[in-house]
Design a protein around this ligand. Structure first.
Ligand SMILES: [Zn+2]
Length: 669
């Protein structure tokens, strides 16, 4: 293929995969294969610079720092939305709308109110021309360079028939998974964790270096419109316009709902309220809008907000209580974090006694003392945190929160990270660190040892049955000792031993990620293991060679090298190797032929032979896809015991169901 043709084909493929990932939410390839396409395109463009175009997927980040943010006038103002907090207020809104519309029929369209940063995106002739913040509604900041770095924003629109000018408005937000992953990396690097996704999104969009934005995993979702010229003829309602946006490659929330009237809206408020805690992003409510654009015109706006739109906000889970003490917790890499202990208080339906204070810089920032009246908040799936202190109500005997100078668990001296906020215990034999590291090692996202939860690890430590990772693999020889443990029946002992045995086959990436080496989390471990293929190659590589891997920075490379060269590192690796733990990374070539290639699977019920993650891994390894819910696009439903609604749905849609045995037969056919 000629380079120009290959470049065009790669760009087309990458755009299609962006669309499948962000708009349809049904990715067809792994992140790694996506990265391969991007790398191939970048290599070709490097070799043929004349083929570079500004809208190429490789040009999301310009590589140059931004000088500042120019002001942008919004052609149509970005108005704010009035808030309501009760059913009564919502029904009042509906009464006003009906009266103004003089009883003409209409329906509502409801979007989740995602907690992010409001922006406007302007596409001209199908290309992203301008991205701006809301600002004061009339004048915002030009953040185009940063928004280009967000992969869910298309640089060019898909398909045909888009207006010459298309301005869509929506929210840039930080999904929980990407937010947690970045926080984990920051913590490993000794940097402060971001407290909440919304504020951190605002901060990210103010960065002068778009490559920082690119690394954070922000996303965009559209929920409104600005200037559109010419207006598409077949888009008389918000729902219809949203469907067009999706076709053109712009993400719209999959939770968007059309509601025939206010009763349906209220039912959705309740339904959404129940599922909102489990969504992959933070929401604080719903936005209810009259669907038809001509009805909106009839309703108009007040000086502040449109009359056809209102937000329903769920009550924030906040409570006030008194801080009665601070515990010091020592983490797996020795970082000492303060944890607030307070008078028990009811918060979002559960009794809460503790909240994280994150680090001692945060303690200073809040100016919090023991005895203070504090406000705690629970947002999304985050553990409760102290968000405010009532300084006026401070009792005279309030006590300062001391920074520890010695480890509270082992008494060793502590050090502050030179470039970060954490105070660390520097004793690698610290019992608290040993415990935390073992718990982490066995965890689901690391070696995934079933039966070795936090409690079990503590029991094993207390009875002197394990101290090192390798000791876990010697437990099989000490089954009698295990059985003497209180309350540990034969069945759970065997379950534990089986889980340990099974973990020996984990790929090298998992092994590396489970060792609690600073800067080496799951994603870096994956890159390193894939690059080197086995542990000996890694042991033989110097820091420069490790750094050559795309995506591995100097800190991560140096940290890994230092750990491997230390006494602990060597003996850990040799111990695990001697115990029979796999030290290689399977070459992952996704098969292109086979009965299940390209087929979409859903798994439901309790399986006998596989853990859920195992069967899903097997499907993916063999080229199939795994979805979480049954739809018309599902090819097979693998059914275990006690299958419920998914089985019913599959039957009603005529989806083929498979038992485990039938699945195995299909796999080997
Ligand atoms: Zn210690």
């Amino acid at each position: 293929m000629k380079p120009a043709d290959e470049v065009a084909s790669l760009r087309e493929q990458i755009r299609r995969h962006d669309y499948l990932y962000y708009v349809v939410a049904e990715p067809e390839i792994s992140d790694r294969d996506y990265d391969k396409l991007l790398r191939r395109l970048r290599d070709l463009e490097d070799a043929h610079p004349d083929l570079i175009t500004p809208d190429s997927p490789t040009r999301r980040v310009s590589g140059e720092a931004i000088e500042g943010f120019a002001h942008v006038d919004h052609a149509l103002p970005m108005m704010s939305v009035d808030n309501t907090y009760s059913e009564e207020e919502l029904r009042d809104f509906d009464r006003r709308v009906r009266k103004l519309l003089e009883d003409r029929p209409f329906d509502y369209v409801v979007d989740p109110k995602i907690d992010g940063v409001a922006v406007s995106l302007r596409f001209e002739k199908g290309r992203l021309a301008l991205a701006a913040t809301r600002g004061d509604g009339r004048v915002g900041d030009d953040i185009t360079a940063n928004v280009r770095a967000i992969r869910s924003v298309p640089l060019t629109l898909r398909g045909k028939g888009h207006p010459d000018v298309l301005e869509t408005r929506g929210e840039i937000f930080w999904p929980w998974a990407a937010f947690h992953a970045v926080n984990e990396k920051r913590e490993e690097g000794g940097l402060a964790r971001f407290a909440n996704p919304r504020n951190a999104t605002t901060g990210t969009l103010k960065q002068l270096d778009p490559s920082v934005v690119a690394e954070r995993g922000l996303q965009f979702v559209a929920h409104g419109f600005g200037v559109i010229e010419p207006w598409p003829r077949d888009a008389g309602t918000h729902s219809e316009m949203s469907a067009l946006l999706r076709e053109w490659g712009i993400p719209v929330s999959s939770a968007q709902r059309r509601c025939a009237g206010i009763d349906a809206v209220w039912a959705f408020v309740n339904e959404f309220g129940a599922m909102r805690a489990n969504l992959p992003y933070e929401t604080d409510g719903l936005v209810v809008k009259v669907n038809a654009f001509d009805a909106r015109d009839q309703l108009g706006a007040t000086s502040r907000a449109p009359r056809w739109c209102i937000a329903y906000k769920y009550a924030a889970a906040q409570a006030q209580t008194r801080l009665i003490g601070v515990d010091y917790q020592v983490g797996k890499t020795g970082q000492i974090t303060p944890r607030a202990r307070f008078e028990p208080v009811l918060l979002a339906g559960t009794t809460v006694r503790h909240a994280s204070l994150h680090n001692f810089d945060q303690v200073d920032r809040l100016d919090v003392r023991i005895g203070d009246l504090v406000t705690i908040e629970k947002a999304g799936e985050i553990i409760p945190q102290v968000v405010a202190v009532d300084h006026d109500a401070r009792p005279a005997d309030a006590q300062m929160i001391e920074r520890p100078t010695r480890c509270p668990e082992c008494g060793a001296p502590v050090e502050k990270d030179p470039d970060g906020v954490y105070v660390r215990c520097v004793n690698p034999a610290c019992p608290a660190q040993v415990r935390e590291r073992l718990i982490y090692f066995c965890g689901r996202d690391q070696m995934d040892i079933e039966g070795a939860g936090e409690k079990m690890v503590e029991i094993l430590l207390d009875h002197g049955l394990v101290r090192t990772y390798a000791d876990l693999y010697r437990l099989a020889d000490r089954r009698d000792g295990l059985l003497q443990l209180e309350r540990l029946g034969e069945k759970s002992a065997d379950n534990l031993l089986e889980g340990i045995e099974r973990s020996k086959r984990q790929p090298l990436a998992r092994v590396l990620a489970s060792l609690a080496i600073r800067h080496i989390g799951a994603s870096n471990a994956e890159l390193i293991a894939n690059h080197f293929g086995d542990i000996d190659a890694i042991l033989g590589a110097d820091s420069e060679a490790i750094q050559e891997i795309d995506g591995i920075g100097p800190e991560a490379a140096a940290s890994l090298r230092k750990w491997l060269d230390g006494d602990t590192g060597r003996s850990v690796i040799e111990g695990l190797r001697a115990a029979g733990v796999n030290m290689t990374q399977p070459r992952s070539a996704t098969p292109t032929s086979g009965a299940i290639v390209g087929k979409s699977f859903v798994v439901t019920g309790t399986l006998e032979k596989y853990k859920r993650s195992e069967i899903e891994g097997l499907i993916k390894q063999n080229g199939g896809k795994v979805a979480s819910s049954v739809s018309k696009k599902t090819d097979f439903l693998v059914v275990g015991a006690d299958a419920g609604s998914k089985l019913e749905k599959a039957r009603s849609l005529g989806v083929t169901t498979l038992t485990e045995t039938e699945f195995e037969r299909l796999l080997s056919s």
